[in-house]
Ligand binder design. Structure first.
Ligand SMILES: NC(=O)C1=CN([C@@H]2O[C@H](COP(=O)(O)OP(=O)(O)OC[C@H]3O[C@@H](n4cnc5c(N)ncnc54)[C@H](OP(=O)(O)O)[C@@H]3O)[C@@H](O)[C@H]2O)C=CC1
Ligand SMILES: CC(=O)[C@@H](O)[C@H](O)COP(=O)(O)O
Ligand SMILES: [Mn+2]
Length: 383
């Protein structure tokens, strides 16, 4: 059997390292052909020495010489910079591009992979938040398949495989994050250490903070809107603190399909890299007698980011791109002690109110919007 050649954009991150673990355990069918990182040059070098990819790209140009030097005894091409990542994903030999880098930086290489007709295993949800309509149109135009990796979207996708009936509603589950039951008063003094402790998942810092503010769920609603071609009103967020049901789909007869499993991202990663063929593993199984499955409504008073996401997708145009850029600035500022937890939504709201609206944005408009929104949000931090 031909091995599937995988490009992992962001191999040094949480999704990236778990994807390499899946490849490590399935060497007869999967191969890491291209890996990329940014700041963590040491880990990128270690990964290259273990997996022997054809190409390594380091996004941070100042790390180039270090990586190049460390791999000089191996026949591995070492490139650097954002443009090199967008170029590398087009290499003919690559079958699947796993977009596991964080943030807006995922957009351009994902579009590049789509234009060369690759199968996209999509973890980078920001790509669809920023430019979902454009990305899906391009995927249709270039016949590029997108298989979601985000756990909820993988669950929805799995509920829809072989299904020909229309969706009535998507029930998008949310853990509620570490502050599900924290009072508004106590939320005023949340520290980054508290916010970085997700109850069920070990993830990169940015998505962990997004989970704590419920922006992650807002982003996932937008991601689902584009992936499954449904209206935002058809997507209901259901808080399910145990993260065992990864999401559900309700059909027009009221029947509901759900996908369940232990919270382990290697499951949706394997499903995507296996191109929907299930790869056997010895990970723990769900113990139905060890868990209660509980459900709550989200509290949008304490977590206004969820409302911002519904408003942004309703307004459309470049507004979700502004939402994403302002959120990236706000989360980074929170992680660097420059903004309090409760001020994250305030910064986002002020930025959305200020940025010019573009009804039908092209790629260049998204690029400009992203830069201008970041500049404006950053200027608010100095006040
Ligand atoms: N972690 C999870 O369980 C889940 C994550 N996701 C989504 O997957 C994506 C990745 O998340 P996660 O793995 O947690 O993130 P991490 O922060 O752990 O990893 C991010 C990766 O992207 C690289 N990177 C960061 N900035 C850039 C940039 N500007 N250009 C190129 N590469 C860059 C990092 O390199 P380096 O570390 O070398 O600097 C690292 O390899 C996010 O969009 C997230 O929302 C979705 C569902 C679950
Ligand atoms: C693992 C995964 O897919 C994350 O996006 C997860 O959804 C975060 O959990 P909550 O946003 O539900 O807290
Ligand atoms: Mn998710």
């Amino acid at each position: 059997m031909n091995k599937k050649r995988i490009a992992i954009l962001g191999s040094t991150g949480s999704i990236g390292t778990q994807a390499l673990d899946v490849i490590r355990n399935n060497k007869e069918t999967l191969e890491a052909y291209l890996i990329t990182g940014r700041n963590n040059a040491d880990l990128l070098i270690e990964q290259a020495r273990e997996f022997h990819p054809e190409v390594v790209v380091v996004a941070q140009e100042t790390n180039y010489l270090k990586v190049k030097e460390a791999l000089k005894d191996l026949p591995i091409k070492v490139w650097c910079g954002a443009e090199a990542i967008a170029e590398a994903v087009t290499i003919d030999e690559i079958d699947i591009v796993l977009t596991a880098m964080v943030g807006y930086a995922g957009l351009v290489p994902t579009l590049s992979a789509i234009k060369s007709g690759k199968i996209i295993a999509l973890a980078n949800k920001e790509t669809l938040v920023v430019a979902g309509e454009l990305v899906i149109k391009e995927a249709r135009k270039y016949n590029a398949t997108i298989i979601p990796v985000d756990s909820e979207h993988s669950a929805i996708f799995q509920c829809l495989v072989g299904e020909f009936n229309p969706i009535e509603k998507i029930l998008l589950t949310a853990s509620g994050g570490p502050f599900l039951h924290t009072s508004k008063q106590d939320m005023a003094v949340i520290t980054k250490e508290q916010a970085l402790k997700h109850p069920n998942w070990t993830m990169g810092a940015k998505v962990t903070i997004d989970s704590a503010t419920l922006m992650n769920k807002g982003f996932e609603m937008i991601e689902a809107r584009w992936l499954f071609d449904c209206r935002p009103e058809q997507i209901q967020v259901v808080v399910h603190p145990e993260s065992i049901i990864h999401s559900m789909v309700q059909f027009q007869d009221g029947s509901i399909k759900a996908q369940l499993g232990i919270p382990d991202m290697r499951l949706p990663i394997s499903y995507a890299l296996g191109l929907t063929k299930r790869i056997s593993n010895d990970y723990p199984r769900v113990d139905f007698f060890g868990h209660k499955l509980t459900f709550f409504e989200p509290d949008t008073t304490r977590f206004p980011n969820l409302t911002f996401a519904y408003d942004a997708i309703a307004k459309g145009g470049n507004t979700p791109c502004v939402l994403n850029a302002a959120n990236e600035v706000a989360v980074d500022a929170f992680l660097h002690d420059k903004l309090s937890f409760c001020d994250i939504p305030n910064l986002i709201e002020k930025t959305i109110d200020q940025m010019p609206y573009i009804i039908n944005p092209k790629l260049q408009d998204f690029m400009n919007t992203d830069q201008e929104s970041r500049a404006f949000a950053t200027s608010l931090l100095r006040k």
